[in-house]
Design a protein around this ligand. Structure first.
Ligand code: AMP
Length: 212
């Protein structure tokens, strides 16, 4: 049995064409099914539906052989023991710093004053601002980061940006582009040895679908 861990939403939707290229079709829609283990047209391949931030953990501990997860999640939650053979170029976005449009970010950074930053990406933010020599107080949030500057709780946020519409709707502007994000295929290293042929077949099918 080959087990693939995926999160619902963008990653799941954008993975379906890659699975199809490997001859794998998921038989149920995670948006309508309550099942957490989805069967595929291949009796020896199944899909686990897990939270995006849990994908590396499932693969690391062998709950799944393979998983697909964002570079943001791998950087923030660690990627120990995971083989990362492919950047799948899906669920693309960027991690950026954003502030209220009336906040003078360049001066705040230049003056060396402390910046309060709300984010769920504490590790990425800490590294980014440390490299710039900017002192930050980080406030960990789990969602709706955009609110924090609007209610005066933070000077800035660090969050994923795709079209920029969410920032615009909340009168925030992007002031720094920290890094580009896309989703990666991650593989459990022991599974890669024990189930080499079927896992290689999936990696190769994904790679050829991506033109690699
Ligand atoms: P947008 O309005 O298109 O810039 O999207 C921004 C919102 O969508 C933010 O709340 C992000 O956290 C979320 N978002 C954007 N891209 C992604 C992605 N690739 N994966 C997960 N969440 C995303």
């Amino acid at each position: 049995m080959i087990t693939l861990a995926l999160s619902k939403g963008r990653i799941f939707d954008e993975t379906l064409p890659l699975l199809k290229a490997a001859g794998i079709e998921v038989l149920e829609d995670p948006e309508t099914s309550r099942k957490l283990i989805l069967a595929t047209n291949q009796p020896d391949v199944r899909v686990l539906v897990v939270r995006a931030t849990d994908v590396p953990t499932y693969v690391q501990y062998g709950g799944a052989d393979l998983g697909i997860t964002g570079r943001d999640t791998l950087l923030e939650h660690g990627s120990q023991g995971l083989y990362q053979p492919l950047d799948l170029q899906i669920a693309k976005c960027r991690i950026s710093v954003a502030v209220r449009s009336d906040f003078d970010y360049p001066s705040a950074v230049k003056k060396g004053s402390r910046l309060t930053v709300a984010t769920k990406y504490v590790a990425i933010s800490r590294d980014f601002f440390a490299a710039k020599g900017v002192h930050v107080d980080l406030i960990k949030l789990y969602g709706s980061m955009e609110l924090a500057p609007l209610v005066g709780m933070a000077d800035a946020i660090v969050d994923l940006v795709s079209t920029g519409n969410t920032l615009k709707a909340n009168h925030l502007i992007e002031v720094e582009h920290i890094m580009d994000i896309s989703s990666r295929l991650v593989v459990n290293q022991a599974a890669l040895k024990l189930k080499q042929a079927p896992i290689r077949r999936i990696i190769d099918a994904f790679a050829s679908a991506l033109g690699k």
